[in-house]
Design a protein around this ligand. Structure first.
Ligand code: P6P
Length: 294
């Protein structure tokens, strides 16, 4: 079954199809883009490389052309922009993991979809959908419109369903321990990492949130962690366009996502670029993280 057949007459079909077309463009750009820095910074003060800007432009053009979309926010933009009269709002990290680009590791696009006229004040629970693309040896997308999670693979320019109704088990011994530097100060995180090691968890960590969480969804188990510490108590990952979409996808697949205390999907967006710690994956594995972390 292809993407269009799967979507049928779903109200958000035009937006998902438009996102899929944008992913085709980014997938092409990833193969040929210049790896150089462009000498500019994004809204979080991170140096941009050419593909960051290119991917952002592809998604902006998509949003402007899609009648359903009225509002746009991006990791690469300072504020939220009105891009049309549509009732839906798109927030995205156009190319997550671009620091891995020059070493030819997988990168991705993360998208949250809301029905709102501003992102300020929303919670991840308000999302009507979440959509992620993985640019690896193959280009795949997985998304939810609050009806489960399915994976589609780009084959001969068409997205074909390759995994239906993805589910994540209650527990599973695979771990993706982000920000291990935090162990230098956070003995609770060090204890958790030691637990994983002493209990022979299988390490699956690439440094890219998208492929690392894709791994948990496709293998159906495991946990991804990115805590904060020191002068970054909320860690590095952004709530609106990285953690909240991933949290919705994981909950739709039967897993969970916490900031160490609360559900990620309950955190109110006060700033477009606010950060949050995140522990996401199999329910019992996330609970274990909460139990270990002060
Ligand atoms: P660190 C990639 O830059 C990213 O935004 C996520 O994809 C990834 O999980 C995280 O940062 C890695 O962070 O601090 O290990 O470089």
């Amino acid at each position: 079954m292809n993407l269009k057949e799967h979507l049928g007459d779903h109200i958000l079909s035009p937006t998902i199809l438009a996102l899929a077309e944008a992913v085709k463009g980014i997938s092409q750009a990833v193969k040929t883009a210049d790896m150089g820095k462009v000498g500019t910074m994004n809204s979080s003060g991170e140096e941009q490389i050419a593909i960051d800007v290119q991917a952002d432009e592809i998604l902006r053009k998509m949003a402007e052309a899609c009648d359903q979309v009225g509002l746009l926010a991006s990791e690469e933009m300072e504020g939220e922009d009105k891009v049309g009269e549509g009732e839906y709002a798109i927030c995205h990290d156009p190319l997550d993991g671009s620091s891995l680009f020059d070493v030819n590791l997988s990168v991705g696009t993360i998208v949250g979809i809301y029905k709102t006229n501003s992102f300020i004040g929303v919670k991840g629970d308000d999302q009507v959908g979440a959509f992620v693309a993985v640019y690896g040896p193959r280009t795949t997308i997985f998304f939810t419109l609050r009806d489960g999670v399915n994976e589609f693979t780009l084959i001969d320019s068409e997205f074909v369903m390759t995994k239906e109704n993805i589910k994540v088990a209650e527990e599973g011994k695979m771990f993706a321990p982000g920000n291990l530097r935090a162990c230098s100060e956070r003995k609770d995180y060090l204890k958790l990492v030691n637990y994983w090691c002493e209990n022979q968890y299988r390490l699956r960590y690439s440094g890219g949130m998208v492929p690392d969480i894709n791994h948990i969804l496709i293998k159906g188990m495991g946990v991804f962690a990115y805590p904060g510490y020191g002068d970054q108590p909320n860690g590095k990952l952004r709530l609106l366009y990285e953690c909240a979409p991933m949290a919705l996808l994981m909950e739709e697949a039967g897993g969970s996502a916490s900031d160490g205390q609360n559900r990620v999907l309950e955190i109110v967006v006060k700033d477009l670029h606010q950060r949050t710690p995140i522990f996401v994956g199999s329910k019992m594995e996330v609970q274990r993280c909460k139990d270990f972390l002060a």
